[in-house]
Write a protein that binds this ligand. Structure first.
Ligand SMILES: [Zn+2]
Ligand SMILES: [Zn+2]
Length: 323
């Protein structure tokens, strides 16, 4: 099995059951390797994408599916609940790869950050991880989303939202969801599978609000997958100076240099990390510009200088947390 990603970051089998975060995907919308890099190879070839031709994905931290996080929430009675954030284009592959490795038996609830393709286009495939029923009479999976996302999904997947059959229409097996609208408001928390979650509205381009999420009573974790600017009210909840220090910040970094209109790139990401001052940060949403080993070396040096531990996450990474 892979040496670096098959194992939880800390702890061992003898420890009491504990909550954990499993990074199901840490890549951008087009995912890594970038298909164009492999069908029209440059000279020299793209070093990050080329690795995908010779190294199997489970041993290649530069193989990145769409950004998605699974919260393995261990309740007080020791029962585990599995809460998924986002269901992108690569959802099925992520289930095959990481649910099996980390022994995740099911999903108890889903949360959507927004309605872009890389966050929702796997919704049809949720059927494959639900119990089999030709009559669609299974318990639907609760799915938490904003009204804006709901409206968009009703257009993208009308058959998942509108369940009434027209006269003469055959029943066909489709994923079953219990749609639950959440507010884009830090003051309006919701509870998914027993875990209290605070929505963190952020700008994802100046014309678009995306939701991040804050959760955890003991370890405070904030997840900001698609962000170009953090709104003041959101910043107030997650910065060391006002809301209290985060134990873990999981945050967007699309490219290594410059800036981008709808995502943070590394310079803005590191500025935000310094401003919010979490104990630790893990970066997600990377393109093929990032090389896991090389850039983590750079980030280790940055971390020593700044006193905040920052690294690139990778697909399959499991981090133990006390929620
Ligand atoms: Zn490439
Ligand atoms: Zn997006």
């Amino acid at each position: 099995m892979a040496t670096f990603n098959a194992v939880a970051e800390n702890g061992n089998a003898e420890e009491p059951p504990q909550s954990a975060l499993i990074f199901l995907g840490t890549g951008c919308s087009s995912a890594v390797p970038n298909a164009f890099c492999l069908i029209q190879r440059s000279d020299p070839p793209c070093p990050v994408c080329s690795q995908a031709l010779s190294i199997p994905p489970e041993k290649n931290p530069n193989y990145r599916c769409n950004t998605s996080l699974l919260i393995d929430y261990c309740q007080k009675d020791g029962e585990h609940k599995y809460i998924l954030i986002d269901v992108g284009k690569t959802f099925r592959e992520q289930v095959l790869r990481w649910f099996t490795l980390h022994k995740v038996p099911r999903m108890d609830s889903i949360i959507l950050s927004h309605e872009h393709a890389d966050a929702v286009l796997g919704l049809d495939d949720v059927r494959a991880v639900q119990p089999y029923s030709t009559k669609n009479d299974i318990d639907p999976t609760p799915i938490y989303l904003s009204q804006h996302s709901m409206d968009s999904i009703a257009q993208k997947f009308p058959y998942l939202v509108n369940k009434k059959l027209k006269p003469g229409q055959e029943i066909r097996r489709v994923a079953q969801f219990d749609w639950k609208i959440i507010e884009e408001d830090c003051e309006k928390p919701f509870v998914a599978s027993g875990l209290k979650i605070i929505p963190l509205p952020v700008m994802h381009g100046e014309d678009y609000v995306c939701l991040g999420f804050l959760f955890g009573g003991k370890n405070r974790v904030a997840y900001l997958s698609d962000v170009s600017r953090i709104l003041p009210t959101t910043e107030h909840h997650i910065s060391k100076d006002s809301g209290g220090q985060l134990d873990l910040l999981i945050v967007d970094a699309l490219y290594k240099k410059g800036s981008h209109n709808v995502h943070f790139c590394l310079p803005q990401t590191l500025d935000v990390v310094k401003r919010l001052c979490p104990k630790r940060a893990l970066l997600i949403g990377m393109t093929h510009e990032f090389d896991h080993y090389k850039d983590n070396k750079f980030l280790s040096e940055w971390s020593k200088r700044e006193g905040i531990h920052v690294q690139l996450a990778h697909d399959g990474l499991k981090v133990r947390v006390d929620l």
